[in-house]
Design a protein around this ligand. Sequence first.
Ligand code: 4NP
Length: 159
Amino acid sequence: MMAGDIRVLFVCLGNICRSPTAHGIFQQMAQQHPLGKRIDVDSAGTGAWHVGQPPDPRAIEAAQRHGCDIEPLRARQVLVEDFDHYDYILAMDSANLRELQAMCPAQFGGTLCRFLEFADRSEDVPDPYYGGEDGFDHVYQLCEAASRGLLQRIQQQHG
Ligand code: 4NP
């Protein structure tokens, strides 16, 4: 079971491309960090089409090329209860962010924003689903940069 008191949830549309990539990268990075044992990571989709499925094979391969295994992850849909549990709910794009803002209870005291804010970029992680292999490597690079920034923020706030 999850035990950490610093809880991070990555959210995209399908939970099979972008958010599992962020989940795998950030989890691996957190494990190397002194605060790692306090950090719990999960991912979810605003949509339900792929619930129960593993990540897209192209996302699995892109992560594998960087030594990150995301194959065991399974898609789930984001729940309103997630706002009771997570401290950082990080949307991959502005459409996901709007969906989450519409669900967000007024008393939510955590951080809800686009993930790339942590890479100092006011942009979306582009949806790679209908594109080519390159899109998945691009997603990986963006998620890696933002994961580094998120870990620095957590270090500042909880270290
Ligand atoms: P993700 O990519 O949101 O990064 O997981 C997508 C996966 C599936 C679909 C769209 C985006 N879809 O339309 O099924």
